[in-house]
Design a protein around this ligand. Structure first.
Ligand SMILES: Cc1ncc(COP(=O)(O)O)c(C=O)c1O
Length: 368
């Protein structure tokens, strides 16, 4: 490549600049302001739910939901073995035990059968993660949860706009969290959102988000709350991005289609999964290469870097981490994590660059 191609980069247009400038000029720079209200209202509409609540990031969003649901010491929460560590850490913050279960090869998301096998009398909740933009099988997961009386928290940090049978993620679980970190589908710099239809849960989360200050008496607190609020400046960026989400998702889809076309017929590789019931938003383009060990994968990524193409490995299994190693790794997770990398797929990536990246990948694979 004649320039360095990063793995991701947010798309910032005049709209984002105008809204953030407006927020700064308004002097409403902290966590009150009309962009906060607009972001929450527009996001609730987008997901088709009654309530949406901004948070400082996706990790605090997860923690807040768990605490508001009363999950803590002595409880168990089921998470997929293949996810970003924040999913597990938020559970650990509450004192509950992190129970990891295997993923499905067909979605890269949590395996409903593995969930069922891991349920004990201590299990309180399941956190399916819509990994790399592909939704987890919520229909089956909700059936299991209902049978066992468990809460379901969707982790949609990587999947804004993804759908199951035409219904958007964010509207399936008792609550859903989203992240707006700079590399996400849409960004607010740092930031998170919780969506829910449960009014009592929403009110409790709002209270806990703001130091658990009682409504009746200012500066009176009867329990330990948090400051997990988003700023109006971040919300201004978020509102602009949400107004552009259709265009951003369309571009992600196009980028994925170009890679698919250019890499068609190459033996021993696989791009993102796509279940028949799912709309994948291709947050990150996935490239899995058969026969990869961690060493071969790292060498491959190094060669890409030398040719000015950024990439990143799949997440390591949560069960590999010293904090969670009492869990055993799932066989599918163990097989999949080392064979996968993510390759560049950001909004401003040009078609010619994608064609060149695909060409380089083919050449490197031939030389293996
Ligand atoms: C699956 C998943 N869950 C949770 C998070 C946490 O979000 P944040 O970085 O906004 O705290 C992320 C992303 O970073 C993520 O990818």
């Amino acid at each position: 490549m004649n320039k360095f191609i990063p793995i991701s980069e947010p798309s910032i247009t005049q709209k984002e600049i105008d809204y953030v400038t407006d927020a700064v000029k308004s002097t409403w720079v902290s966590s009150l302001g009309h962009y906060i209200n607009r972001f929450e209202d527009d996001f609730a509409d987008y997901c088709g739910v009654r309530y949406a609540m901004t948070t400082s990031n996706g990790t605090t969003a997860l923690h807040l939901v768990l605490v508001a649901m009363g999950i803590g010491e002595g409880d168990e929460v089921i998470v997929p073995d293949l996810t970003f560590i924040a999913t597990a850490n938020a559970v650990a913050y509450t004192g509950a035990k992190v129970v990891t279960v295997d993923i499905e090869e067909s979605t890269l998301c949590i395996d409903p059968d593995a969930i069922e096998a891991a349920i004990t009398e201590k299990t309180k909740a399941i956190i399916p993660v819509h990994l790399y933009g592909h939704p987890a099988n919520m229909i089956k997961i909700l059936e299991i949860a209902q049978k066992h009386g468990l809460k379901v928290i969707e982790d949609a940090a990587e999947a804004h706009g993804a759908e199951i049978e035409g219904q958007r993620v964010g509207s399936f679980g008792h609550a859903t969290i989203f992240s707006f970190y700079g590399n996400k589908v849409i960004t607010s710099g740092e930031g998170g959102m919780i969506t829910t239809d449960d009014e009592a849960l929403y009110e409790r989360m709002k209270y806990l988000r703001d130091h658990a200050m009682t409504k009746e008496k200012r500066y009176w607190h009867t329990e330990i709350g948090f400051n997990y609020r988003m700023t109006n400046l971040q919300a201004a960026l978020g509102v602009a991005q949400l107004e552009r989400i259709d265009e951003i998702l369309e571009k992600k889809n196009t980028i994925y289609s170009i890679y698919e076309r250019e890499l068609a017929g190459v033996q021993g590789i696989r791009l993102n999964p796509s279940a028949s019931w799912a709309k994948n938003v291709y947050w990150m383009v996935c490239l899995e290469i058969d026969g990869f060990t961690e060493e071969l994968r790292d060498q491959f990524m190094m060669k890409l870097k030398e040719l000015k193409i950024d990439s990143r490995p799949y997440f390591y299994p949560v069960s590999f981490m010293p904090m969670y190693e009492e869990n055993s790794v799932g066989p599918v997770t163990e097989k999949v994590y080392k064979r996968g990398i993510n390759i560049p797929s950001y909004y401003d990536l040009a078609e010619d660059d994608i064609i060149e990246i695909a060409q380089i990948i083919k050449t490197l694979l031939k030389a293996q």
